[in-house]
Write a protein that binds this ligand. Structure first.
Ligand SMILES: NC(=O)c1ccc[n+]([C@@H]2O[C@H](COP(=O)([O-])OP(=O)(O)OC[C@H]3O[C@@H](n4cnc5c(N)ncnc54)[C@H](OP(=O)(O)O)[C@@H]3O)[C@@H](O)[C@H]2O)c1
Length: 283
């Protein structure tokens, strides 16, 4: 077994395939020791052995079902290990179905994995990194989180959660050596499309689908640049900046003591919060 590496240990969830598997390879190539998390132990053991042999790093499989509290607890415990310097919250899945056609257990486990596990593992990571004074958390959201998506009503909403939640964490660590990066892939070639229901990836034009490798390489380039939000396939960055500016303005404007004029009510207060220059996020 090689000695541990100065970069520390990276924990990658969902490392048995797709984006997580490529993260594991790229981080091993950078010199991180690895803890690889997923349910399929056979795949994790194979990947860990391969990465250990090719890059001379420690690579440890951790078999856990993150849709279950026991799986989340096992990974949270591992995050508390002082060698851990990077956590990639990547495990997630989708179902390409209307809500009424999606079985209850699928809805529940999607929310448990995409929302609850990501939230609790983020909490474990921030607690550990803040105590140590450094560390990096990477949360994988999705371009599908920007707007309502009728074909993926639960998945899109879980990724909207990741978008807001992860950016809130960035405020919590501002001014410290703890970093939080939000990664927003578009459409990426992976087994995830089969898990979601099959057939949909093949139906997409090649011009909108990115390779897993390019997605992860762009995400890591964004991390190296210090980006808080990295959208690997978004060509025009000003769209994201404008969205952030617009949603901030909307948030401020939502809080006003007066009913909006279009409702025809007689306002009992004089000035709205936005006009009074109140920043509602500091209240
Ligand atoms: N592919 C895309 O177009 C795309 C676009 C935007 C965002 N994303 C996001 O990228 C992330 C990775 O997705 P992917 O496309 O790479 O899909 P993928 O190839 O299906 O990988 C999903 C990974 O999550 C693991 N996983 C699933 N359920 C789990 C559970 N209950 N407990 C622990 N691990 C679990 C899977 O391993 P096991 O089955 O072995 O547990 C697998 O390693 C997801 O968060 C996804 O929402 C993907």
């Amino acid at each position: 077994m090689p000695n541990s590496h100065p970069l520390g240990t990276a924990i990658v969830t969902g490392a048995s395939s797709g984006i997580g598997k490529v993260y594991a390879e790229r981080l091993a190539a950078r010199g991180y020791d690895l803890v690889l998390v997923a349910r399929r132990g056979d795949r994790l053991r194979e990947i860990a052995a391969d990465l250990g042999a090719r890059f001379g790093v420690r690579a440890e499989p951790l078999v856990a079902d993150l849709a279950q509290p026991a799986g989340v607890a096992a990974v949270s415990d591992r995050i508390a290990d002082e060698t851990v310097s990077l956590v990639v919250n990547n495990a997630g899945f989708s179902a390409l179905k209307a809500l009424t056609e999606t079985p209850d257990d699928v809805v529940a486990s999607m929310i448990a994995l995409n929302v609850t596990a990501l939230t609790l593992l983020s909490k474990a990571a921030l607690a550990a990194f803040q105590a140590r004074g450094s560390g990096t958390l990477v949360n994988i959201g999705s371009g599908a989180g920007f707007a309502p998506y009728p074909k993926i009503p639960v998945y899109g909403a879980t990724k909207a959660y990741v978008y807001h939640f992860t950016q809130s964490l960035q405020s919590e660590v501002a001014g410290t050596n703890v970093r939080v990066q939000l990664v927003l892939p578009g459409a990426v070639v992976s087994e995830g499309w089969e898990v979601a229901g099959g057939g949909a990836l093949e139906a997409l034009p090649a011009s909108v689908v990115m390779t897993t490798e390019e997605c992860v390489d762009a995400a890591l380039a964004g991390l190296d640049k210090g980006e808080p939000v990295t959208a690997p396939s978004l060509q025009d960055e000003t769209l994201l900046r404008n969205h952030e500016t617009d949603t901030q303005a909307l948030l401020q404007a939502m809080f006003d003591a007066r009913p909006a004029a279009r409702y025809g009510l007689r306002p009992q207060s004089q000035a709205g919060g936005a006009e009074a220059g109140i920043d509602v996020q500091t209240l």
